[in-house]
Write a protein that binds this ligand. Structure first.
Ligand code: ATP
Length: 309
């Protein structure tokens, strides 16, 4: 690759622009109920982690939006959320130009880690810089919300409470120096099917986000794990009993509680020190392949110095 991957957020070479698209995990995911429009009303605490896709943007003539990806598992056409983001950008701004997108995928696909939404958000932030449009993150979020409910969170990243369909954000202005050790079982989980599997007793009127945010505000890393919960976990575990069995195995190996991100199937354990995370990682790597050691990432790192606030 011609670019300096060590630089975290942005490198510009001629017309080529580079962005990192960060994954997220859910520290909480409560479902309040089903809405008349068919969506579910959620209340979640989302946290960016430093597992990231790499996105390069290169100017092209008007109307030309193309993409190539290192992963053969995602579509490289109009179905790709990064392509949809570029189309939305040109439509919204009226700029007569196009873009070629190169995606180096590292975030597991359909894993509950918002990889596609994060790519879309990175493309919108990147195009805003590439074409000097000076849109605020708020405006970019509104454009991104048309692509998917997780895109507004991914636009800012860091830590936030997400409500509504996930697009209504309350940003939490601090990030704990914590770690998550992820296990990605190679299962394909459909988010839509998981939501369809919710029962009335999975819904709650008292989401855990307020307690979680208090814990984060007190910098109480140890207090976080007991508060982590995910209403979708029961559904996904019932749909995939092998995932429940894997979670039990991970818990037995790490001696730490195991949680699921989004609609799954990614599982994670939290660690308050890098040493603790490394020990969990070593233990898990002994028995399985797709294990990732990640640190929590704040919004500053996601949006970088150059984006308009
Ligand atoms: P969500 O929880 O929002 O459904 P996820 O993290 O579970 O997201 P993604 O990795 O975003 O899952 O993929 C969900 C679907 O989106 C997959 O079926 C995939 O083919 C499609 N997709 C479209 N564009 C992308 C992209 N750039 N990266 C990953 N998946 C993409």
């Amino acid at each position: 690759m011609p670019l300096h991957l060590g630089m975290l957020v942005l490198v510009e070479v001629g017309h080529l622009l580079f962005k990192r698209a960060y994954a997220k995990i859910n520290l909480t995911l409560d479902v309040l109920g089903r809405r008349d429009d068919g969506y579910h009303e959620v209340d979640m605490v989302m946290q960016s982690i430093d597992l990231s896709d790499l996105v390069w943007l290169d100017k092209r003539p008007a109307g030309e939006v193309t993409i190539e990806s290192t992963s053969a598992a995602i579509p490289v056409d109009e179905r790709n959320l990064a392509v949809q983001a570029a189309r939305c950008f040109f439509e919204h701004t009226g700029i007569a130009a196009g873009v070629h997108i190169q995606l180096e995928k590292h975030i597991p696909i359909a894993a509950g880690l918002a990889g596609g939404s994060s790519d879309a958000a990175a493309v919108l932030r990147g195009l805003n810089e590439l074409f000097g449009t000076g849109m605020s993150l708020e405006e970019l979020s509104q454009v991104g919300a048309r692509i998917g409910s997780d895109v507004p969170f991914c636009m800012y990243g860091g830590t936030a409470i997400a409500r509504g369909r996930g697009e209504k954000l309350t940003r939490i202005p601090y990030v704990l120096p914590m770690f998550a050790v992820l296990v990605h079982p190679r299962l394909f989980v459909s988010t839509a099917e998981v939501y369809q599997g919710l029962r009335p007793d999975d819904f709650t009127d008292s989401p855990a986000s307020a307690a979680m945010v208090s814990c984060l505000a007190e910098a109480n890393g140890q207090g976080i794990a007991p508060l982590v919960r995910n209403a979708l976990q029961r559904v996904t575990f019932d749909m995939y009993p092998e995932l429940r069995a894997l979670a039990e195995k991970v818990e037995a190996v790490t001696h730490h509680p195991v949680h699921m991100s989004g609609s799954g199937p990614t599982l994670f354990c939290l660690a308050v020190t890098s040493g603790q995370a490394q020990r969990m990682y070593n233990a898990l790597r002994g028995i399985m392949k797709d294990v990732y050691i990640c640190r929590f990432v704040g919004a500053e790192e996601v949006v970088g110095q150059t984006a308009a606030e």
